[in-house]
Design a protein around this ligand. Structure first.
Ligand code: SAJ
Length: 406
């Protein structure tokens, strides 16, 4: 039996995949509401293919509990917040999960940490915690790091098809756990040491952040001379060794906008490029604000309440609003402008900010300038409703030529 600790965006789909493949799974979370909801067969977030997977896992007997189980294999997928001031990771939830596991685990149990952690976290925090409890690592318990790589919006597919990494102290235990994951993971599973597994995960997200920053910097360059950045990226990407990502209103989510800070925090003298990329991406909401001002000026619109932001989530077709560019923009607007800008997102069904509408048509009726912050399918399918607006299209999805670009 596997006990999966943490039933959020990563822990839950992973638990369901194991259960689907026929393994006995108990998912544990301290959140009693979440546990009862899952036990009643109700999912707590939307994700392509998750509902079907959930049904299969339930019929295979997956269970949910607030209690840690006595068993031989644990997967820890709890949040790892980062501390904004110090730019460091806070491992408190992982430490607490490990301690609760030690209270109940069988001798020789495998503790697999899937949560993203900054390089060195296991040596600095987790090993000492286990050893201070009198456990011998490698005998009483085995420690592994198997960082997740799945992308919200395509998680179920990626769980099965993405390559994975297993970091462990010995090849024997690494191969055993590799065998376990291969129950549902059909791609290559690379075995390495724990430190390399920690580092490669953070490097992957940092690489993406830097690549997006390059696209965003190009946008600013092209804006000054009225060039079409999308056309230029499209042409450059025809080169066999060039693959520039897409510019946008900023980088959000709990991964790409956070993980590079771990490297900046730990290696402040060696991370100029990473820091600059972070700052470039963080500057994009201000760039959007500048573009909104340009349009207001051009059309002699003085009232910010005539501006509507479409999209509150950090990217398209998900309901997660963590670190979203729209929230970053609203924070900046409060500093510079009178509040009053309108907001709408079809995925956010309760009010989380001022002047947020829950009905799309009511929202449209109130505004003259529509800022497309997120490219949900919903807006792509409703282009006809926005034809008479001044549209600032930060995602390059608008079908009509009159729209303004970043
Ligand atoms: N974005 C752009 N331009 C692009 C691509 C993305 O501006 O060309 C923006 C998005 O709009 C969003 C942000 O970047 O605001 C991040 O979105 P994303 O889709 O790039 O990534 P996440 O945060 O949803 O998931 C990432 C993935 N990492 C990589 O692709 C290297 C995923 O595989 C990881 O599992 C996840 O982080 C994680 O949990 O670490």
């Amino acid at each position: 039996m596997i006990n999966i600790i943490g039933l959020g965006y990563i822990g839950l789909p992973t638990a369901l995949m194991f259960a689907k493949s026929g393994i006995k799974v108990v998912g544990t979370d301290y959140n009693t509401k979440l546990v009862s909801s899952l036990t009643e067969g109700k999912l707590t977030f939307e994700e392509e293919g998750l509902e079907e997977l959930f049904k299969e896992a339930l019929s295979n007997g997956i269970e949910f509990s607030t209690e840690y189980q006595k068993t031989h294999t644990y997967i820890v997928a709890v949040p790892t917040p980062y501390i904004k001031e110090s730019k460091k990771l806070d491992p408190k939830y992982v430490i607490s999960a490990v301690n609760s596991i030690l209270d109940v685990c069988e001798k020789g149990a495998a503790l697999i940490i899937e949560s993203t952690i900054s390089p060195g976290t296991i040596d600095k925090f987790i090993r000492p915690e286990i050893e201070n409890r009198g456990f011998v690592i490698g005998e009483d318990v085995h420690l592994l790091h198997a960082p997740e790589r799945i992308i919200p919006g395509n998680m179920v597919f990626e769980l099965e098809h993405n390559s994975r990494t297993i970091g462990a102290d010995s090849l024997e235990i690494a191969n055993k756990i590799k065998g376990l994951y291969s129950n549902f993971c059909k791609a290559e599973i690379v075995v390495t040491d724990i430190r390399s597994a920690e580092m490669s995960k953070v490097v992957e997200n940092t690489y993406r952040d830097i690549n997006i920053a390059f696209a965003n910097e190009l946008t600013k360059i092209c804006r000054t001379d009225n060039m079409d950045v999308y056309e230029i990226i499209k042409i450059a990407n025809k080169h066999p060794r060039v693959n520039i990502l897409q510019p946008g209103p900023g980088v959000g989510g709990h991964c790409i906008s956070v993980d590079p800070w771990f490297l900046v925090g730990d290696y402040p003298d060696l991370t100029n490029l990473i820091l600059t990329a972070r700052k470039t991406n963080d500057s994009m909401p201000s760039h959007v604000l500048g573009r909104i001002r340009d349009i207001m000026r051009e059309h002699a619109i003085k009232d910010i309440s005539k501006v509507g932001l479409y999209g509150l989530t950090y990217k398209e077709n998900v309901d997660d609003t963590r670190e979203s560019p729209t929230l970053q923009l609203l924070e900046r607007m409060d500093e510079h402008l009178a509040f009053g800008v309108k907001v709408y997102d079809p995925f956010v069904k309760t009010r989380i900010v001022d002047h947020q509408f829950l009905n799309f048509e009511d929202f449209l009726n109130e505004i003259e300038i529509l800022v497309l912050m997120v490219g949900h399918d919903h807006i792509k399918n409703n282009m006809n409703l926005i034809k008479n607006k001044l549209v600032l299209d930060t995602k390059n999805i608008c079908v009509f030529e009159s729209s303004y670009k970043l």
